[in-house]
Design a binder for this molecule. Structure first.
Ligand SMILES: *[C@@H]1O[C@H](CO)[C@@H](O)[C@H](O)[C@H]1NC(C)=O
Ligand SMILES: *[C@@H]1O[C@H](CO)[C@@H](O)[C@H](O)[C@H]1NC(C)=O
Ligand SMILES: *[C@@H]1O[C@H](CO)[C@@H](O)[C@H](O)[C@H]1NC(C)=O
Length: 169
């Protein structure tokens, strides 16, 4: 894990040296991602191109889709990352689910995005995790708002997927 962090940190520094601000005309940028190897397939890292104002990642397309406990290091976060959380055993079966977001997300503001276009800032919770139930598409769409310029080596995106407790209602 330490080795990986050092690797991503050096990549982050390389980014800074290359970095000159200009805007991409790319309508849709996608994140690069990888896992921390076969034994740690539910943890990994992702990177975004600083030239993109908005970068998209759907968990469905990644190995994290099968995971109920996900930990991703976002290397050198800049601009917006729009993460669509889908989960095996739920989205594919049209079962609602709950996503618990770790309070370690605190480094960048996070918004919940609803399919009607509404965006709601998720307030930082110091102790507790915040819980979000899937929308009508059996997804939880989150926008992580990184700084416009390089400020952070990285931030963690951590979430857990669990069934919704229907016996409570
Ligand atoms: C990216 O964001 C900047 C700053 O908000 C804005 O000036 C620019 O027009 C945006 N570029 C694109 C391609 O949307
Ligand atoms: C789906 O079920 C399998 C088998 O029980 C389990 O290993 C996996 O973690 C589950 N996936 C999610 C996202 O809960
Ligand atoms: C579900 O909710 C009920 C009632 O609030 C509670 O007693 C039970 O422990 C909960 N189960 C789980 C798995 O959280």
């Amino acid at each position: 894990m330490l080795r990986i962090i050092i690797l991503v940190l050096s990549l982050a520094l390389a980014n800074v040296v290359v970095g000159d601000d200009f805007e991409s005309n790319e309508p849709k940028c996608e994140a690069n991602y990888g896992t921390n190897g076969p034994e740690f397939s539910c943890s990994g890292s992702l990177s975004t191109d600083y030239k993109c104002n908005n970068t998209f990642l759907n968990i469905f397309n990644t190995p994290f889709y099968d995971c109920s406990n996900v930990n991703i290091f976002w290397d050198a976060p800049r601009n917006n990352l729009i993460l669509t959380i889908e989960a095996a055993n739920y989205t594919n079966l049209k079962q609602p689910f709950a996503v618990s977001l770790s309070s370690r997300l605190g480094l960048v503001p996070v918004y919940r995005m609803y399919s009607n276009g509404q965006e709601v800032l998720i307030s930082k919770t110091e102790e507790k995790q915040s819980v979000h139930t899937s929308d009508e598409n059996y997804q939880v769409v989150l926008k992580f708002k990184g700084p416009q310029r390089f400020q952070l080596y990285g931030t963690f995106i951590e979430y857990q997927v669990a069934p919704i407790n229907t016996s409570a209602s």
